[in-house]
Design a protein around this ligand. Structure first.
Ligand SMILES: O=c1nc[nH]c2c1ncn2[C@H]1C[C@H](O)[C@@H](COP(=O)(O)OP(=O)(O)OP(=O)(O)O)O1
Length: 198
């Protein structure tokens, strides 16, 4: 089975491939420019994105919206994560968190449209932001917070963990596994309906 993944983020794409391809689901990336609002939750934004993909005639397609949340602030930066990071970089994040609670978490939602039905799958990864956060940190393409985020129970940032451990902590892996389970159940159910019709 194949699923289209409307994303411009290489990090999301490699993670989706690593999780879904061993389960027998081929991930086909395609760059669809989707408009993201700057308010609401990652789940609301993921639903807006899947709606746009459907309006453009796509089916058997998924999208992903994600962000990081700082315990020191209210619902921030959340859906603004990418824009905030692009605007202020590590230097700005260091200033925002100076002397503040370093706890943080990622939240993400995968939204899928499969043969006309829409479902969402969400997850969270808890952890904290390193202290001090210096300007010379090298960002991971697509995932700049991987270089500064230590998952709960670890001593190293996500970037320095082996792939299996990174996936173990990944909210995206959890969401994608739930999605694959739903897709396979959906397919099985449809298959059974066909048999009944014979
Ligand atoms: O597992 C992750 N590990 C580290 N960082 C992450 C992760 N997941 C999202 N992030 C960060 C990257 C980006 O700064 C923002 C997502 O922004 P977001 O708008 O959802 O994605 P995007 O525009 O890069 O790609 P897309 O074309 O799928 O909308 O959160």
């Amino acid at each position: 089975m194949k699923i289209l993944f409307a994303t411009s983020n290489q990090g999301k794409l490699s993670e989706a491939k690593a999780v879904l391809e061993p389960l027998g689901l081929e991930v086909v990336p395609f760059p669809l420019s989707l408009i993201e609002t700057d308010a609401g939750t990652v789940k609301e934004v993921a639903l807006q994105k899947i709606k746009q993909a459907m309006e453009q005639g796509y089916d058997q397609v998924m999208v992903d919206d994600a962000g990081i949340y700082f315990a020191a602030y209210h619902q921030f930066p959340g859906v603004l994560t990418k824009r905030i990071f692009n605007g202020i970089g590590y230097r700005g994040i260091a200033k925002l968190l100076a002397g503040e609670n370093r706890e943080a978490w990622f939240e993400g939602t995968v939204a899928v449209c499969w043969k006309g039905q829409v479902q969402t799958f969400s997850g969270i990864t808890k952890g904290h932001i390193i202290d001090p956060l210096t300007e010379d940190i090298q960002p991971v393409p697509g995932f700049p917070f991987d270089s500064v985020f230590i998952p709960e129970g670890e001593h190293h940032v996500l970037k320095d963990l082996p792939m299996e451990k990174r996936l173990f902590y990944s909210y995206r892996r959890k969401a994608l596994e739930k999605m694959a389970h739903w897709l396979f159940l959906h397919e099985k159910k449809n298959g059974q309906q066909d048999t009944y019709m014979l």
